[in-house]
Design a protein around this ligand. Structure first.
Ligand SMILES: Cc1cc2nc3c(=O)[nH]c(=O)nc-3n(C[C@H](O)[C@H](O)[C@H](O)COP(=O)(O)OP(=O)(O)OC[C@H]3O[C@@H](n4cnc5c(N)ncnc54)[C@H](O)[C@@H]3O)c2cc1C
Length: 464
């Protein structure tokens, strides 16, 4: 008696990015040592894509976050490797170094793969592309590039980095005395539309103050001094910087949608398999953003904690967008959530409630607004060691629980699908509708189901 050992399930987290670290920190906070934690990822440090936009302009970024140190802080085992396949029947995964790892719960947080979306453009995906952007800016200074376009391939995207690059490039080139004209080309209904009208106005002002032209259209290719649009139009541009399209991890043995993303329910459970959850860019949720990745990770950690009886209930993923925009001067803080009156069926007139401010709208005010990760990145200390979790600082912040059934994640996915369909990007719209269907257990409101059929017919065979 007394020496009986309590079973401690093994939770394996695949990935070493924002979603993986938020899951790790959240789980330790919520379940303590009721589980054994293990982190499997290649590389030594978390890749910090959000901060990389500042590098081409000579601005420093935060120091690298060591995966080994973070695992140690959380008393987790750190295994180096890449998950290549999962045997969900036997709950065993295989890594690229030939190891087999057993799990009781698997959390897939392996991110997405960036691919070129605009042929002929320089695609900016993060730290690995900062040199190419610097070289292009040097070309502008030498007078070789007289017109520069910044292009967003799809409206259902995290577009903030494109505006950051354009605004900082304009300031930098002006300081260098270059006469390059800058144009932003976007299929969004208004700049940073996801953050609502106030954000659009603030960005318009920023662009105007820096002589940046804004063109609405869907860019599809750059060649011979022109950026081609889907509607047949062209914009003069000696060079073009674009954001990428993303593809999912498509891990052998796990379900995937047409683009390789994992379909998940609002608690991050991967559809059709047991004991596997997923969070972040690897999932089919249409906007790939660090703050949302953390919110998905929190939903996953809470669901695991609830299964273990460590917490009473597990709140589902409810997207709140928080963006810190670097401008080369004072940053802008943007925050938005859906004004969801109408549960799953979207009502006409539903809009995004947004705030924009030059003062921090959340604390700590980092670029990746993770409940546990933001304080960790700010202090390199887990929340349990004395830091309060991230909190909103505005009266608009909804600390109170929302009525059951209000499903903002589904609403947001539907809103994005409609916007993409409107701009003729039917494949992207179908993808967003698939994500909405995954969140609702495969059921879409009739209007959305009709839209999905129309999009699939218009898109033809979907590219993989
Ligand atoms: C230029 C740019 C700027 C951005 N700016 C912002 C911003 O300001 N704010 C914001 O919130 N978001 C921003 N984002 C988006 C944000 O970077 C991503 O949404 C976020 O990094 C997603 O986190 P993740 O953990 O899902 O994936 P990732 O951060 O991509 O991490 C994936 C991890 O999994 C590992 N991995 C990959 N495959 C495997 C495998 N098979 N097995 C094990 N491990 C694997 C990778 O090595 C990596 O460690 C920006 C993105 C870009 C490209």
């Amino acid at each position: 008696m007394g020496s009986e050992k309590r079973f401690r399930p093994r939770v394996v987290i695949a990935g070493g990015g924002v979603a993986a670290l938020e899951t790790l920190l959240a789980l330790r906070e919520l379940v303590g040592h009721r589980v054994r934690l293990e982190l499997i990822a290649p590389g030594d440090a978390m890749v910090n894509r959000p901060a990389s936009v500042a590098r081409p302009f000579g601005l420093g970024g935060p120091p690298p976050v060591s995966l080994t140190a973070t695992a140690r802080h959380c008393d987790a085992r750190r295994r180096r490797g890449r998950v290549v396949s999962v045997d969900v029947g036997h709950r065993v995964l295989a890594t690229d170094s030939g190891e087999f790892v057993r799990y009781d719960q698997l959390v897939v947080a392996t991110g997405a793969r960036a691919v070129d979306a605009i042929r002929g453009a320089l695609t900016f995906t993060g730290p690995s592309d900062t040199r190419a952007v610097s070289a292009l800016l040097d070309g502008c200074e030498r007078g070789e590039v007289r017109s520069l376009a910044f292009a967003l391939p799809t409206a259902a995207a995290w577009s903030l980095p494109l505006y950051e690059l354009a605004v900082m490039a304009a300031t930098d080139l002006r300081d260098r005395g270059a006469a390059t004209s800058i144009t932003v080309v976007t299929p969004e209904p208004s700049p940073l539309w996801l953050f609502g009208e106030a954000a659009g106005e603030a960005i318009n002002e920023l662009l105007m103050a820096r002589d940046i032209r804004l063109v609405r259209g869907r860019p599809i290719g750059h060649a011979r001094g022109a950026l081609r649009l889907a509607d047949g139009g062209e914009i003069a541009a000696d060079a073009c910087i674009a954001l990428p399209a993303l593809r999912g991890p498509a891990i052998t043995g796990l379900p995937a949608d047409t683009r390789g993303f994992l379909p998940v329910d609002p608690h991050g459970a991967v559809r059709g398999v047991l004991y596997v959850r997923a969070a972040g860019d690897a999932t089919s949720f249409p906007i790939k953003q660090g703050g949302l990745a953390c919110q998905q990770a929190d939903a996953v950690a809470a669901a695991i904690a609830a299964d273990l009886g460590a917490v009473e209930s597990a709140p589902p993923f409810r997207p709140v967008l928080r963006g810190l925009m670097l401008t080369g001067g004072a940053p802008l803080y943007l925050r938005a959530e859906l004004d969801s009156e109408g549960a799953v069926t979207r009502h006409e007139g539903q809009r995004l409630l947004g705030e924009v401010s030059t003062r921090a709208l959340w604390w700590p005010p980092g670029k990746v607004a993770g409940r546990y990760l933001a304080p960790y990145l700010a202090t390199a200390r887990p929340v349990a060691l004395g830091r309060a979790p991230l909190a909103d600082l505005t009266p608009n912040a909804s600390a109170a629980p929302r009525p059951a059934g209000a499903d903002e994640a589904v609403e947001l996915a539907l809103l994005l699908a409609e916007q993409d369909a409107l701009m003729g990007d039917h494949a992207q719209a179908a993808h967003a509708l698939d994500a909405a269907a995954a969140l609702t257990g495969g059921v879409l409101p009739a209007r959305a189901a009709r839209l999905r059929d129309e999009c699939l017919a218009a898109a033809g065979p979907l590219p993989t």
